[in-house]
Design a binder for this molecule. Sequence first.
Ligand code: B1M
Length: 212
Amino acid sequence: MSIISEISENLQKGRLKTVKELVNSAIDEGIDPSKILNDGLLSGMNIIGEKFKNNQVYVPEVLVAARAMNAGIELLKPLLNKEKIKSKGRVCIGTVQGDLHDIGKNLVKMMMESKGLEVIDLGTDVSPEAFVNTAIEKSCHVICCSALLTTTMDVMSEVVKCAEKAGIRDKVKIMVGGAPITREFCERIGADCYTSDAASAADAAVELCAVQ
Ligand code: B1M
């Protein structure tokens, strides 16, 4: 079995220590950090996601897998952030109110930082007011909202309305993403940009900051 498959397998079993050891070995072997991330960690998490959906595993298994994934990501961070240069713009990011999923949001943040953006991380369960107040106080070019639940995605529409109400809608761009979000949803709520994955989110944010 390749080391990448071993990372995926052990992540699915929630073996944090082994995942860390394997990620370190993969780094030492000179394997591309993006490959370790995408084909090892993310692919393992996707399999757990499918099993969770089919009731083959339950919340505790998902949590230990998520913990192992975050530990692996921590080791990769410095390598993925290596190309960081001077700030290309400032954004704030968070998972919307009522939603505690943060793995995807953290990946988006990491990719954005690796592209040279300054990222203010508001964490999870972030209210529309918190997004907008931060954008005002910290002069953010972009507000980035992540949601993983169909029950929380509509909070994004509230973020757009809140920005309009605060009079900053023409000064700040609003980006949305997360598993249930689509381009059509983005357009319907009047947000500016939807991307389906962390890497394209980072590219899009750089572009949005450049035109402001
Ligand atoms: Co939850 N969960 N979960 N969960 N969970 C999902 C999302 C679900 C699809 C599972 C399922 O049923 N198949 C389902 C949602 C169903 C729905 O809404 N239709 C679900 C549910 C129901 C729940 C609970 C309600 C379960 C319960 O308690 N009964 C509960 C809700 C808690 C809450 O938030 N209030 C819950 C809890 C949890 C855990 C705590 C156990 C854990 C979260 C741990 C954590 O995040 N710290 C968890 C997990 C891990 C998942 C799954 C298995 C994996 C999510 C994940 O991290 N994926 C998920 C099933 C799945 O997605 N297959 C599931 C990996 C991550 C890298 O992908 O976040 O999609 P993702 O991010 C991607 C893109 O979407 C994009 O980039 C990322 C990488 O490229 N992206 C953006 C994300 N944000 C972006 C922003 C952008 C642009 C792109 O611009 C700003």
